[in-house]
Design a protein around this ligand. Structure first.
Ligand SMILES: [Fe+2]
Length: 199
């Protein structure tokens, strides 16, 4: 099975001015393309050739894991962003306030984790089988599926995600991701608890 590049729900310039078309050309068109091509090369003729992306992320190690997780993470990241992103509301808002005290407090904790992660990685809002929300950081190609939780949203804090637009200002990029995150989709993921779909 050959992995195809995920289709974007918006054009490459659809997230501008917060995320430029140039960034998307490199981030989606070069980085994600390279992870996808590498994954296809690496799994050819191996036990992973006919496995789903989720299975590879959960069971592989080394280069196969790294490239599979980066394909999964980027697919999820780009899917969560939208030019018509909806703000936090409904059951997600209630659950976030119950967990973090306020939306401002949740945002502060998310941003602190995102700006504080040393080096490359990903920041996640996750949901576990006990219906608890958590903010998690994973380094490099880390992916929370390995911990049996449902990812709800993510921020890519690799420099390649923001350097063209924001140079060293990771915090400004994280603000952009916050604003471009479709929180309605995040709420849907929480309500459906995709845990059962991923496993
Ligand atoms: Fe990235």
């Amino acid at each position: 099975m050959k992995y195809e590049m995920p289709k974007l729900n918006y054009p490459l310039d659809g997230l501008k001015p917060r995320i430029s078309e140039d960034t998307m050309k490199f981030h989606y068109g070069k980085h994600l393309q390279a992870y996808t091509d590498n994954l296809n090369k690496l799994i050819k003729g191996t036990e992973f050739e006919d496995k789903s992306l989720e299975e590879i992320v959960r069971t592989a190690n080394g280069a196969i894991y790294n490239n599979a997780a980066q394909v999964w993470n980027h697919t999820f990241f780009f899917e969560t962003l939208s030019p018509t992103a909806k703000p936090i509301s409904g059951t997600l808002k209630a659950k976030l306030i119950a967990t973090y005290g306020s939306i401002d407090n949740f945002k502060n904790q998310l941003m602190t984790k995102a700006t504080g992660l040393f080096g490359s990685g990903w920041i996640w809002l996750t949901y576990n089988e006990r219906n608890q929300l958590n903010i998690e950081a994973t380094t490099n190609a880390g992916n929370p599926l390995q911990n049996n939780v449902t990812p709800l949203m993510t921020i890519d804090v690799w420099e390649h995600a923001y350097y063209l637009d924001y140079q060293n200002r990771r915090a400004d990029f994280c603000e952009a991701v916050w604003d471009l995150t479709d929180w309605y989709l995040v709420e849907e993921r929480m309500e459906k608890n995709l845990f059962n779909i991923y496993y």
